[in-house]
Design a protein around this ligand. Structure first.
Ligand code: 13P
Length: 231
């Protein structure tokens, strides 16, 4: 299976024009572009090779939920993937039970789910066993593996310039796959210098890229590296 590279732009860029330009520059096969909600439609219109993803979704189809976006709305816009349970959303108050509801609603609508899991620094400091227990608990809420991808993103590695050790990331990917046999991505301060060390692991199906995904040159290099990995 080809390695997949997902561009999570987070709350970037500021304007539609910049988003369209960035999307055109990153429009490659085996890539998923995940722009902010307001740019989904215009990004979709320029993609020829990459797939489209959204950064979050709500668990109801419609109703009085100010500020939320339903899976049906996303699906009708041509969104194929949705990120659920990113640590930046968990930090704002989403818990495992809510995340499980979002996963189910997105799957029921036919969206592919990229579920983010990963331990904070205080758990990592306790050692590998504590990490495994923490991640298995995050996964214990998930009952269905259809259309599911899991992204292992250690919280302490996100936006910090610190990486997981690739061997340990591969080990955690295996722990995840024993519980839920689905593709597992790695995310956390990946860039063109370290992408290969993760992508060459057979346990790691691809990368979930944050900061480096809003730099088209850097992202392009990562896509090229992924393309040259034999799997
Ligand atoms: P960075 O690549 O900026 O560390 O972000 C990773 C991430 O959170 C992707 O979802």
């Amino acid at each position: 299976m080809k390695k997949i590279i997902i561009a999570n732009w987070k709350m970037n860029p500021s304007t539609e024009g910049e988003a369209v330009k960035l999307a055109k520059a990153e429009d490659e096969k085996n890539v998923v572009i995940v722009p902010p909600f307001p740019f989904l439609k215009s990004v979709k219109n320029v993609l020829r090779n990459a797939s489209l993803g959204a950064q979050d979704v709500f668990y109801e189809k419609e109703g009085a939920y100010t500020g939320e976006v339903s899976p049906v709305m996303l699906e009708k816009l041509g969104v194929a993937y949705v990120i659920v349970g990113h640590s930046e959303r968990r930090r704002l108050g989403e818990d495992d039970a809510m995340i499980a509801k979002k996963v189910r609603a997105a799957m029921d609508t036919g969206l592919k789910v990229i579920l983010c899991v990963g331990e904070p620094l205080n758990v990592r400091r306790k050692g590998k066993r504590a990490v495994d227990v923490f991640i298995k608990k995050q996964l214990s809420y998930i009952k269905n593996k259809k259309n599911l991808i899991i992204a292992y993103e250690p919280v302490w590695a996100i936006g910090t310039g610190k990486n997981a050790d690739p061997d340990d990331a591969a080990r955690v990917a295996e722990v995840i796959r024993k519980k839920l046999p689905v593709p597992v991505l790695y995310g956390g301060s990946t860039n063109s210098r370290n992408a290969k060390s993760f992508l060459e692991k057979k346990e790691i199906a691809g990368l979930l890229v944050g900061g480096a995904s809003i730099d088209p040159r850097e992202f392009g290099k990562m896509v090229t590296i992924a393309r040259h990995i034999r799997s």
